[in-house]
Design a protein around this ligand. Structure first.
Ligand code: ZN
Length: 245
């Protein structure tokens, strides 16, 4: 059984008392945090303590995905001073921004480990694959598999055909949806609700979660627009939304 919990559903910046991108994946007592945006460390602590994480995976170096890495490092440093025993936390990230990548290694608290497209990583019980997305900075979508269950996280991206085979038959698709159906998000490197619906449909995923949400409009409209294309279950991400699959 894999458990997925939304920590932060917001694109760009967090709403008051909430968080931007962050997702917790758990399997066999192994906990992976995926992205660590603004507010994630605060919200995470209501679910799991920072020293209990076993790995962090980062999609790209925009602030709404990495803002809380520094404070996560401080949390583990301080909990270490207080006597908690924990291993050096591996932070998996791409190496195409050396300045940002270098910050992932901090004392013996965290260590940056680079991944690239076509790498297949074994992280605890998870097998992890990556695909390069279309975004203003290098960014990678991820596919997590464990015991025949697959979760795909698109990270930030305009719609690209390559995401369809990459997401094929996923049990859960965490799909960014930063724009409404009538908008054009491609220039900003984001998808609309209709793109999310199209991806979910053509990849035959079992369920769709819309995330990286916009700060305006009626969010239910995103769900309705995606549902015009994809007939499976659709949910809007919110803090604490969790799935056991
Ligand atoms: Zn981004």
């Amino acid at each position: 059984m894999m458990k997925i919990t939304v920590i932060g559903p917001w694109g760009g910046y967090p709403k008051a008392n909430e968080a931007s991108a962050g997702y917790l994946l758990e399997h066999e007592d192994f906990r992976v945090l995926v992205d660590c945006g603004s507010g994630v460390l605060s919200k995470l602590q209501t679910i799991v303590q920072p020293e209990m994480l076993n790995a962090l995976v980062i999609s790209h170096y925009h602030s709404d995905h990495i803002a809380d890495i520094g404070v996560l490092q401080h949390a583990r440093l301080i909990q270490g001073f207080l006597g908690k025993e924990m291993d050096c936390l591996p932070i998996y990230a791409h190496p195409f921004n050396q300045q940002e990548f270098s910050k992932l290694t901090y004392k013996n608290i965290t260590k940056g480990i680079s991944y690239q497209e076509n790498d297949v990583l074994e992280i605890g019980p998870f097998t992890l694959r990556f695909i390069r997305t279309k975004h203003p900075v290098e960014c990678f979508a991820m596919r997590f598999e464990a015991e025949g269950t697959a979760v795909v996280y698109t990270a930030d991206t305009a719609f690209i055909e390559e995401l369809i085979p990459f997401s094929n038959h996923a049990d859960l698709l965490l799909c960014e949806c930063n724009f409404y159906g009538h908008q054009d998000g491609a220039g900003a490197g984001h998808m609309t609700s209709r793109h999310a619906g199209k991806l979910a449909k053509e990849a035959n995923v079992k369920q769709l979660v819309l995330t990286h949400l916009p700060h305006y409009g009626k969010l239910e409209q995103l769900q309705e627009e995606a549902a015009e294309i994809y007939s499976g279950p659709i949910q809007l991400a919110h803090f604490g939304l969790s799935f056991t699959i």
